[in-house]
Design a protein around this ligand. Structure first.
Ligand code: FES
Length: 92
């Protein structure tokens, strides 16, 4: 796939600027955070539902992309492209 760049895992959501996404570590769980332009945060599991790799924020497309086999998810975690068939999981 050629998408092998590693990403920085943030400690908390403070580093996620409005209109952007980032992955944080919350008690050992990787959580995908998207902050909208009004500062509201959406949180979903960053673990790809295909085989468990950690998705990356794609700021050009506003999607969550998996570096392992190329699955892509929208801001709400809905599958856009497989091989993943299930949406990213919700987190509390
Ligand atoms: S683990 Fe994400 S596409 Fe395979």
């Amino acid at each position: 796939m050629g998408i092998t760049a590693s990403q920085t895992i943030l400690k908390n959501a403070d580093g996620v600027l409005p209109g952007k996404g980032g992955v944080i570590d919350r008690d050992g769980k990787k959580v995908a955070i998207y902050r909208d332009k009004d500062g509201k945060i959406k949180m979903i599991s960053a673990r790809c539902t295909h085989m468990g790799c950690i998705v990356h924020w794609n700021g050009a497309e506003n999607t969550w992309d998996c570096p392992c086999h190329g699955s892509r998810f929208d801001i709400n975690g809905k599958v856009i492209n497989g091989p993943a068939e299930r949406d990213l999981e919700k987190v509390e």
